[in-house]
Design a protein around this ligand. Structure first.
Ligand SMILES: [Zn+2]
Length: 558
């Protein structure tokens, strides 16, 4: 190799064959590059030929390119020019391209495209940028055209993904003169399995239980339960953001009706919430009810009712085996809770003062000012980013300084965007009384709903936490962003009547049972309490109350 003759590196890349038709194959690109070297007085060597095959432009992961960049950015790069077929072969993303080219330029390495010759002179870099912008647009237009094609087909009720047919459906091929397309038809046997899966999910069975019953993997069942296509809707999600980009109603026959689908989605949602708290199931108080020892109270059932009319009794027990607190009956707690909410939370006077408090809070907080302040900071960060880009182009900064500072600015911009988005959700308009009335009406209706999922969702919306203390339950409530705490009497304080001695045997037994439930005292037997006189009973209850007050007042230890 002759000294002082500049050396060129080749970067070759072909994308997946169908995409660009007038593109030369690798060998062709290579020949043209060699030709260019001869004409322009450059040498080339086999060790500086870099080739990436069949990867689309927008992805970053191109091993040969990364190899090329690291060689080119060495302290003394072995070549002074990188030859590529087109700039679009080099980088698809404008910012990346600009960054890389600026770095290369600073290191004395030029990038030359042989299919898009660039006139030298002051306009060269401007034209270079223009070509890059065009390339990126091309890729976007291409994917947009693909999406349009899929959308048009979906609007006609055609199935555009014949390799992926949802379980329970089969493909029907419809042929026209010059082309054919697909439609979904119900495949009865597997469709029955899908219906069974939905019904079981609705009945509160876990994925594991359903999996054992229909002999299918849990993950597959989960995806079946989330697939909205079963309702007859054609739903297309964006591959990038996973958001719904298109919904076509009644595109194909439904296997699951829309209400069932919606109910299952809600059931799955509450289930996920509970799982985060270490519990599963859709039972009313699961995940909300805690024991005073801070362990969750777990849903259990036992046989109840009479022999002729057997029922299931739902109750909750503390998860802590050493905790000797009594159990909580679901029906009883719900009844007391509803009447307490009715009296203390849904009362018009209470609500009106709550609305007043919310409105005065909102008037005080200057949301608009804060929003303006954030927007200004966001604009400043943008400006700093732009200035940094300029400095890169001028070659003032090193690579390390760039990435560090760039990351800092990017982090700041992300943080500001998050804050701005949160601000957008803050409602600073005053609350209207009619809206509150409507809201309360809806909540009340849902709380009394026959649908257990709806009831639970309504409850969770206003009561995030219940703590059981044995006789009392502390209810945390939240309404219109206002938090409050109510106390329920789960076991009423026993009242020993003055004519106790003369009461019937059954009344006496009932009272003793109430006292025992109230005190939960294991050191004394029912028979001992039965023998007590009215005075002794009163003293016993008062003694317990004093002990309780002492415990609550001076220590929380169990
Ligand atoms: Zn406990």
């Amino acid at each position: 190799m002759i000294a002082n003759t500049p050396i060129a590196a080749f970067y070759l890349r072909v994308s997946s064959h169908k995409q660009v038709k007038n593109e030369l194959p690798l060998e062709g690109q290579r020949r043209e590059m060699e030709q260019w070297c001869h004409e322009n007085g450059y040498h080339f060597a086999e060790e500086f030929v870099y080739a990436d095959k069949a990867i689309t432009g927008e992805t970053e992961n191109r091993p040969a390119l990364q190899d090329l960049m690291s060689t080119a950015l060495r302290k003394k790069p072995p070549f002074s020019v990188i030859i590529c077929w087109a700039f679009s072969r080099f980088m698809r993303n404008e910012d990346e391209s600009m960054m890389h080219k600026a770095l290369l330029k600073k290191n004395g390495v030029r990038v030359v495209s042989i299919s898009e010759p660039i006139p030298e002179g002051p306009y060269a870099s401007v034209i270079e940028r223009l070509i890059e912008v065009q390339d990126a647009n091309f890729l976007r237009t291409l994917s947009a055209a693909c999406c349009r094609g899929i959308h048009t087909a979906a609007l006609k009720g055609h199935w555009t993904n014949p390799k992926q047919v949802p379980y329970g459906y089969k493909l029907e091929v419809i042929k026209t003169e010059n082309r054919h397309f697909y439609k979904l038809a119900i495949n009865e046997e597997p469709a029955d399995v899908v219906r069974q899966i939905y019904q079981m999910a609705l009945d509160g069975y876990s994925l594991k239980q359903i999996s054992q019953c229909v002999n299918m993997h849990k993950a597959r069942i989960a995806s079946i339960l989330k697939n909205e296509n079963y309702t007859g809707k054609r739903v297309i999600h964006s591959k990038k953001t996973r958001e719904k980009v298109l919904v076509v109603d009644d595109a194909h026959p439904a296997i699951v009706d829309k209400t069932t689908f919606e109910r299952v989605q809600r059931a799955l949602k509450t289930r996920i919430k509970c799982q985060n708290k270490g519990l599963t199931g859709n039972h009313l108080f699961t995940g909300i009810l805690k024991c005073k020892c801070e362990k969750p109270m777990i849903h259990k059932t036992c046989a109840g009712g009479t022999k002729s009319n057997p029922t299931k009794l739902h109750y909750y027990r503390c998860d802590n085996d050493r905790c000797n607190i009594t159990t909580v009956k679901e029906d009883r707690l719900y009844d007391i809770l509803l009447s307490c909410l009715e009296e203390q939370l849904f009362d018009e006077k209470v609500l009106r003062s709550a609305v007043e408090a919310v409105n005065s809070d909102r008037a005080k907080s200057d949301v608009a000012a804060a929003r303006n302040h954030l927007t200004a900071r966001r604009a400043k960060a943008n400006l700093r980013q732009q200035r940094l880009m300029d400095q890169i182009e001028e070659g003032v900064l090193t690579q390390d300084q760039i990435s560090e500072r760039m990351k800092k600015i990017n982090d700041e911009i992300i943080e500001l965007d998050v804050q701005l988005a949160t601000m957008q959700q803050v409602d600073d308009k005053p609350v209207k009384w009619t809206d509150v009335v409507k809201l309360i009406k809806t909540i009340k209706r849902q709380l009394k709903s026959q649908d257990s999922v709806e009831r639970k969702l309504a409850l969770q919306a206003i009561v995030p936490r219940l703590v059981y203390y044995g006789n009392t339950v502390v209810v945390e409530t939240t309404l219109m962003g206002l938090k409050d705490e109510l106390t329920l009497q789960y076991h009423p304080v026993p009242d020993v009547p003055s004519d106790y001695e003369g009461a019937s045997h059954n009344d006496k037994r009932r009272l003793v049972a109430g006292i025992r439930r109230y005190t939960n005292d294991k050191s004394i037997t029912g028979r001992q309490i039965n023998k007590m006189t009215a005075d002794e009973l009163n003293q016993y209850v008062m003694h317990y109350q004093r002990k309780q007050m002492h415990n609550d007042g001076y220590s929380n230890e169990q």
